[in-house]
Design a protein around this ligand. Structure first.
Ligand SMILES: Cc1cc2nc3c(=O)[nH]c(=O)nc-3n(C[C@H](O)[C@H](O)[C@H](O)COP(=O)(O)O)c2cc1C
Length: 269
């Protein structure tokens, strides 16, 4: 990661917001009131780019990024986001066709915006982007389940269901996204939070694109118990699979939201 900053002196208004917002206090205003790394502090920079994002005049470039290439901030409409959250459903029926390159491109382009503890570059995403590749995973999964010498109750249930024409592991989905973590690069305590936050973002964004999704414990169990399935996910050795989200074009349509009554929610004042 390049952590250099460059300040356009014609644009800098010396407001110091970049310094105030620097999470690791790596920046200072120098004698001329220009932001700079404090001596020996550049190594503390986590590369969050807040300094570039907050600069009101676009004077500060971070790591060779041009502030003009950033997007204007936009928070969207909170009512729309709430309705998306309320309307999201687990989808267990998918159309045959692939989601297509455009959707895969949109999902891939969203991923770098996901937050991680300490802005760590610690996640690895595998997107299975075609039914052909997904069918290879499906076939391997059920073949290995059928061959298992001492099958778990879950394996027995899944392979019996598959023999009867029901893919209870992958629900006939044409795609999945698997998230894996490099624990060495992860802030202690964030090993579960980082990948699960990532898939939560994926789920909501995918559903906003009209895709169906399903958090899939079964798929995770299969990948962890069947080395041949894990191999098909092509996760590098230093990364550990954490979770899998199935996705595809939904073959079901929900006409209304549910009316949930879950959880204990207390507001203390
Ligand atoms: C962490 C997690 C794991 C899940 N694993 C599975 C799974 O393996 N198979 C499945 O059919 N549904 C799975 N689900 C979906 C839940 O069963 C589902 O969220 C629940 O039935 C409520 O439905 P809704 O998501 O439409 O509100 C999982 C959900 C979560 C959050």
């Amino acid at each position: 990661m390049r952590t250099s900053i460059h300040v356009n002196l014609d644009l800098c208004c010396h407001c110091g917001q970049c310094v105030q917002d620097c999470v690791t206090h790596a920046l200072i205003l120098d004698d001329a009131d220009i932001p700079a790394f404090a001596e020996g502090k550049e190594k503390n920079c986590v590369g969050c780019q807040h300094c570039m994002a907050i600069c009101p005049t676009g004077a500060l470039s971070f790591g060779g990024k041009n502030p003009e290439d950033s997007l204007p901030v936009g928070m969207g409409k909170s009512d729309d986001l709430l309705r998306l959250i309320q309307s999201r459903r687990s989808i267990r029926f998918y159309k045959k066709e692939d989601v297509g390159q455009e959707m895969l491109g949109k999902l891939s382009a969203m991923l770098p915006y996901i937050p991680t503890g300490g802005n760590a570059d610690n996640l690895y995403f595998t997107l299975i982007g075609s039914r052909k590749k997904m069918d290879a995973i499906r076939k391997t999964t059920y073949e290995c389940m059928a061959k298992a010498s001492d099958p778990s109750p879950m394996f027995i249930m899944a392979r019996d269901a598959y023999a009867a024409g029901n893919d209870v592991v992958y629900r006939g989905a044409p795609s999945l996204i698997a998230v894996a973590i490099d624990k060495e690069k992860t802030i202690p305590g964030c090993e579960m939070a980082d990948p699960i936050i990532a898939l939560s973002y994926c789920e909501l964004y995918a559903q906003s694109l009209g895709l169906g999704t399903l958090w899939c414990d079964y798929a995770v169990l299969c990948a962890k118990q069947i080395p041949e399935v894990m191999a098909l996910l092509e996760i590098p050795q230093n990364y550990e699979l954490v979770y899998i989200l199935l996705f595809g074009l939904p073959a079901v349509h929900y006409a209304r939201t549910i009316q949930p009554e879950l959880f204990t929610i207390r507001v203390l004042q």
